[in-house]
Design a protein around this ligand. Structure first.
Ligand SMILES: Cc1ncc(COP(=O)(O)O)c(C=O)c1O
Length: 368
């Protein structure tokens, strides 16, 4: 029999958010009647300029993409306030960059630290490199990183430390002082995941010049409205970036993703409007959910809200299923380590989508 690596048998499957197409067929619904609040995407859709740019270049799909991506690196550098040698771009989103971090920095048996609960893909992908996850703690009630838990988890084997800010799924930010404390307590590479930084108005770019062990991870999947094009990027000092380029898949960013990314970065009106709409919608949704009996919602600096449903008499899977039957997709958080069976994460939609969600949720709770 064909032999597979031991770790492949041991992996817990990664459970991603569900798509509109899947839910439409599973629940016999029309696609137009489904509201997707499960994957923290941009409710406004992509930039019209990105669509226009792609349409104009469709014949490029017969050609291999560029691997140097100079113009896009320069545009990302300008957007981020760094230089182009400090940028690496991933063609399967920020998820690809996480894998490249693993390939570059993790030998089998090395450790990486993840506070729980946080983004589950770090552990999922890095374990395949034979590395060992060591857990810190995110204090959910305070929505704050337990910095001591991270410092206490550092050993001579630690190679990577993941700090997600705003944290997925809780929405809280990590204080810059806490990030600096961790950076200066270790030689490991500290990865600050800023996938949602635009919604928080806070970033940690200023620390790149100060700490050679800082890596900032970002994506075009959230405020930039390009989740389906799979574009992520990382920012760090040129030495780290150069090492990572040695192992990054050469052609992973497709021609069309390249074009869409450039057009979106240049569409500053779209980016401002997208940020404004999601932030307004987040505050609206927070207010509405906090008024519903038996639900506890947490303040968030991202484009989603974490909700504790335990007092409703239902668990997260039961509520998520009832919402799905009515065409609303939210994230059942039971697959997040560090959370039990009573949490859902709701992405912010447009205000009319939020209103429909609240109405349906209220009806479900009234009926139970
Ligand atoms: C915190 C965080 N980091 C990284 C990613 C990966 O983003 P991408 O779509 O670019 O792979 C996500 C996606 O949801 C995320 O929530």
């Amino acid at each position: 029999m064909v032999k597979i690596r031991k770790i492949i048998n041991e992996l817990d499957p990664y459970i991603p958010g569900r798509s509109i197409k899947e839910i439409a067929s599973e629940y016999s619904l029309q696609k137009e009647d489904i509201i997707k609040l499960g994957s923290n995407e941009n409710p406004l859709g992509p930039s019209p300029r990105a669509i226009e740019a792609i349409k104009g270049e469709l014949d490029l799909i017969s050609q291999y993409p560029e691997s140097g991506l100079r113009d896009l690196k320069e545009e990302i550098a300008k957007y981020s306030g760094v230089s182009a040698q400090e940028v690496i771009i991933g063609g399967d989103g920020a998820d690809e960059i996480i894998d490249v971090l693993g390939k570059t920095f993790l030998d089998p048996g090395c450790e990486f630290i993840v506070p729980l609960p946080s983004y589950m893909y770090y552990e999922f992908t890095l374990r395949t490199h034979g590395a060992i996850p060591v857990y810190g703690r995110w204090d959910v009630e305070e929505n704050k990183l337990d910095v001591e838990s991270v410092l206490g988890a550092i050993t001579p084997e630690t190679r990577l430390i993941f700090l997600c800010s705003p944290n997925n799924p809780t929405g809280g930010l990590i204080d810059k002082e806490d990030i600096e404390t961790i950076l200066s307590s270790t030689d490991a590479l500290v990865v600050v995941d800023e996938a949602y930084f635009e919604f928080s108005g806070v970033n940690n770019i200023d620390l790149i010049d100060k700490y050679e062990n800082l890596f900032i991870l970002r994506t075009f999947s959230k405020v930039m409205g390009l989740a389906g094009m799979r574009i992520g990027y990382g920012l760090s000092n040129p030495r780290i970036i150069e090492y990572m380029h040695r192992v990054k898949p050469v052609f992973s960013l497709t021609n069309l993703s390249h074009i869409a990314a450039l057009a979106t970065l240049r569409d500053t009106d779209y980016l401002e409007e997208s940020t404004r709409v999601s932030v307004e919608s987040r505050e609206f949704l927070y207010e509405k959910i906090s008024r519903i009996n038996h639900l506890k919602v947490f303040k968030s600096k991202a484009n989603y809200l974490l909700v504790d449903v335990r007092k409703t008499g239902m668990n997260s899977s039961q509520i998520a299923k009832k919402l799905l039957e009515k065409g609303i997709i939210v994230r059942d958080c039971k697959s997040f380590k560090g959370l039990d069976d009573y949490w859902i994460r709701v992405s912010v939609g447009t205000i009319p989508e939020d209103e429909r969600f609240i109405e349906v949720l209220q009806n479900i709770l009234n009926e139970s």
